[in-house]
Ligand binder design. Structure first.
Ligand code: AP5
Length: 246
């Protein structure tokens, strides 16, 4: 398995270890990806991970991975989180922070990290600052992907996700070679529950009220790098590399 595809430590937390060690970097990249649901953060994280050898740490993927646990194995907090997610609402900060704290060693991984979907509120961003200070690492930049909300809905409705390695495809913009089958691991692709129109509306509202203010938070810290998110995934990837000067 490619090192930046093995995210066992992040997805399972606790004592779980990645089977493939990180690709050591001279200058590990430590980045946050911000942007509305469906703007393409996960897609860019995958492309960046391949190029920079950096691991994709998505809080949404952790919640989705928890769905495959037997009911008795899920904590009450996790059960509640899955219900918030189904409706498109944000999971409470306390639950998200507990989950990230359990995985804090991923933040000091010598391969660096690409945080996707965390932080999502100012309280989470402040907690992340403290966690990073405790691990003696610093953020390099916060990439903010920018696209009008109505253009994003098309991306969400065509999204298909691999049930095994969580790679993200799109029925027209990024189709797999064989319909319904992941190119990377031959896993089955599925449509996410929260990509239904009623959940999409709730997710967009949560983004506008809770997550959009983070751009100002990171602007004040001089970490924000805005990337226009129109065009193909490859176009956006090239813009991202230019912004990072890599
Ligand atoms: P999460 O999994 O983080 O979802 P999200 O932020 O809603 O983002 P998405 O994964 O939907 O979109 P994306 O920007 O990654 O786009 P993608 O690359 O897939 O969170 C899900 C839920 O978990 C939340 O609603 C919440 O309940 C909970 N949660 C998670 N973290 C939390 C936190 N920190 N606090 C509280 N709650 C939390 O692309 C979308 C589609 O478009 C794909 O099909 C892709 O192939 C396609 N595409 C990508 N780029 C392009 C392009 N340039 N042109 C055309 N199509 C494209």
């Amino acid at each position: 398995m490619n090192a930046n595809r093995d995210r066992t430590a992040w997805l399972q937390g606790g004592q779980a270890h990645c089977q493939v060690g990180p690709q050591r970097q001279d200058r590990p990249h430590r980045l946050v990806l911000l942007g509305a649901p469906g703007v393409g953060k996960g897609t860019q994280a995958e492309l960046l991970g391949e190029r920079l050898g950096t691991c994709h740490l998505s809080t949404g993927d952790v919640f989705r991975a928890a769905k495959s646990l037997a009911e008795g194995e899920r904590s009450p907090g996790l059960e509640a989180a899955l219900e918030y997610m189904r409706k498109g609402e944000l999971v409470p900060d306390s639950t998200v922070l507990e989950l990230v704290r359990e995985r804090v060693r991923c933040l000091r991984c010598p391969g660096g990290f690409l945080l996707d979907g965390f932080p999502r509120t100012v309280a989470q961003a402040e907690a992340l600052e403290q966690l990073l200070a405790g691990e003696r690492v610093a953020l390099e930049a916060v990439l903010s992907y920018d696209l009008p909300l109505d253009e994003i809905v098309d991306r969400l409705s065509g999204r298909r996700t691999c049930g095994t390695c969580k790679a993200v495809w799109h029925v027209t913009a990024r189709p797999p070679r064989v319909s319904g089958v992941c190119d990377h691991c031959a896993g089955q692709l599925y449509q996410r529950e929260d990509d239904r129109p009623e959940s999409i509306r709730v997710r967009m509202a949560a983004y506008t009220s809770s997550t959009a203010p983070l751009t100002e938070f990171y602007q004040r810290k001089n970490l924000l790098r805005t990337v226009p998110a129109h065009g193909s995934p490859e176009d956006i990837f090239q813009r991202t590399l230019a912004v990072l000067a890599v």
